[in-house]
Design a protein around this ligand. Sequence first.
Ligand SMILES: [Zn+2]
Length: 183
Amino acid sequence: MPTEIKAAPFDREERYIVLKLKRLPKDEVEYLRDCHPKAMVECVVVENDWPEYHLVWAMLEHRMAGKPVPNFNDWRRADELQQRLTAADERIDELTAPAGYCLMPTSLTAENGAKALLMGEFSVSQQHVCPECATTGEAPDDDCDICEGLGSYTQHTPISWDTMKEIYSKVVGSLAKTPNTPQ
Ligand SMILES: [Zn+2]
């Protein structure tokens, strides 16, 4: 009966201290070289924000487990997809508005549908005494074309598109939050 040999889980050991020359003062580089000549090893360093970082760990894990790395290109593709997912997650965080806020356009335009939505929607109402009936000194005329016998009439002046845009841009300019800005 064949015995199944299970590989021990791969442990990432702390075996090296890696210092980036560019970030060390020049005299310390020389000092460290002189102090620890026996600790110097020749190696390739893959930094953790390089695209190869996870791939290299995966390659080592596979080698230690006695398995061949299936396909380098598959790993690289998986890694790229993972990075795109992470970027998409970050984008979602950016797009999530804080409580009491929602996503709105930065300005009112015809293109974003605001013009069709708002044109003629709001007006200012003003009451006027009927100029025809007020001068007669008698009761308002029921047949009056202007007031229809009421003695006064209401004039509705639509809020202009330019005014709406000005109000909106003032609100956005003063109250909008920049995504992910600490509050
Ligand atoms: Zn009238």
